[in-house]
Ligand binder design. Structure first.
Ligand code: FE2
Length: 476
């Protein structure tokens, strides 16, 4: 591209609300804050001791009008809970691109995963896409800000200062590590993947496994049947499940300044299943037309069947991406319902049995992580109608309504004590109240969510959206 062509794509950025999910718009917040002793409502349980981390996107500089929430700079929130008191902190993730933009005092990296429209002053960075904005991942005493196209950013869990980019001490070959990982509750391993691991945009993907000490022990490659999106995946005690979603990457479109992904309504999602103790050459692909998934709730193997539970929509759940023809898609078709997919490993069908759970409309699923990869009873998720819990034995869904102008973000489960029964504990989540520009960390008893929050720690502003978070038990 010539300089003239590049400049023709360049328009002076402004502060805009940013297109988000469900057609919502988010205002940049841009605040780094410390609040000692939040105002408390209700009572924080004595046993609830630790730090809740949330991470989400928050543009620090003015953007193009069509910039999207996924391109926001990572901003961490921490809520340190001890003896009924809560201290709050927020800090940006100091990525290479964040630092370059701060030095330039303007946005340099204008479009999501596409350098074609970068500011002429933008430096060429290996970690150009690393906003560190997706998952506050607490793993065995260490905190990482994850972003699926890049390497993790290690964060000091007490000060929230950014330490360095982490690549398993130089061992990781993949240029990407998924924002969603799975911790094996038996071995303590960190299972992940790297989609577009070589930045070839051909669907090349790495399976990545680290031991409980964050030492890389496995990295194997395969190529997905088409260059789609994989944001999350599933692991059971016996199998690994890769899910390729119908959002196409097209390098030619990107070169013209177009979006990184485009929804392909004619393409089914593809689900590749391999034995955990096998190799990526053993992957068997299944197809699931009309099942579009961003996140996985949990998965397990039962005999010759693999069961995967996930929010699934019939259409495009990323409404800020057009379809492959450049047309906007129907926001309604992006609404997800909690869905059970059953894959018969010995049957002849190349499609799973799909069961949508009546009354379970929502996304951002979480579980009691001690029951990951195995048969489990409880799933938690947020919907437009508030916080929800599904009982997989009875298919009963319980709800606590939190509707607009309240905005409920993803919840995280914390067990009451180490050996507590599944689901016996608390759900922690950030709630913003847009009309009053106030926010809070709210705590529910996970077995009594319909009774409402038992405690709130208030902050005097409405935070940015938090995508994904985790809880560090004990005093850090
Ligand atoms: Fe996610």
């Amino acid at each position: 591209m010539t300089i003239n062509e590049r400049q023709s794509l360049y328009v002076q950025p402004q502060f805009h609300t940013v297109p988000s999910f469900y057609g919502r718009q988010f205002e940049p917040v841009r605040l780094e804050a410390d609040l000692f002793d939040c105002q408390i409502e209700g009572v924080f349980p004595e046993q609830l001791k630790g730090t809740f981390f949330g991470l989400g996107p928050d543009h620090q500089y003015p953007t193009f009008e069509d910039d999207i929430i996924l391109n926001g700079d990572g901003s961490l929130l921490s809520w340190r809970i001890e003896d009924g008191h809560v201290d709050f902190k927020s800090r940006y993730v100091q990525t290479e691109r964040f630092t370059a933009e701060r030095e330039a005092r303007k946005k340099l990296f204008n479009a999501y995963r596409n350098p074609a429209r970068d500011d002429p002053d933008a430096p060429g960075l290996m970690q150009r896409d690393n906003t560190g904005n997706t998952y506050a991942w607490y793993f065995n005493g260490r905190l990482f800000a994850l972003r699926e196209d890049s390497h993790p950013n290690e964060i000091d869990p007490v000060t929230l200062e950014t330490k360095d980019v982490f690549n398993f001490d130089g061992a990781l070959k993949s240029t990407a590590l998924s924002a969603h990982g799975k911790v094996d509750p038996v071995t303590g391993e960190w299972w992940a993947f790297g989609m577009y691991a070589e930045r070839q945009w051909a669907g090349e993907c790495a399976l990545i496994v680290a031991d409980k000490n964050a030492k890389l022990i496995r990295e194997e490659y395969f190529v997905a049947p088409y260059p789609g999106m994989m944001h999350d995946f599933a692991v059971t005690r016996e199998h690994v499940i890769f899910d390729i979603q119908p959002f196409r990457v097209d390098e030619e479109r990107m070169k013209k300044g177009g979006q990184f992904y485009a929804f392909d309504p004619d393409q089914p999602s593809l689900w590749g299943i391999m034995p955990r103790d096998g190799s990526t050459s053993d992957i068997r692909w299944f197809r699931a037309p009309g099942v579009v998934c961003g996140h996985i709730m949990n998965a397990y193997t039962e005999g010759k069947k693999v069961i995967v539970d996930a929010p699934a929509a019939p259409g495009n759940s990323f409404p800020f991406f057009t379809d492959v023809a450049g047309n906007p898609t129907d926001i309604e078709l992006g609404n997800a319902t909690i869905t059970r997919l059953e894959f018969d490993l010995v049957g002849e069908s190349d499609q799973p049995k799909v069961t949508r759970i009546h009354g379970a409309v929502g996304e951002m699923p979480k579980i009691d992580d001690r029951f990951a990869m195995m048969r489990y009873k409880y799933g938690f998720f947020r919907g437009a109608d508030g916080l929800n819990r599904i009982d997989w034995d009875t298919l009963e869904v319980r709800n606590y309504p939190m509707v607009a102008p309240n905005v409920l973000h993803e919840c995280t489960f914390v067990p009451r004590y180490e050996g507590a029964a599944e689901g016996d504990g608390w759900l922690l989540a950030v709630v913003n109240h847009a009309a009053t520009n106030r926010g809070a960390l709210v705590v529910f008893d996970a077995m009594k969510i319909e009774e409402g929050p038992i405690a709130k720690a208030k902050i005097p502003y409405s935070t940015h959206m938090t995508f994904h978070g985790s809880f560090a038990p004990g005093v850090l």
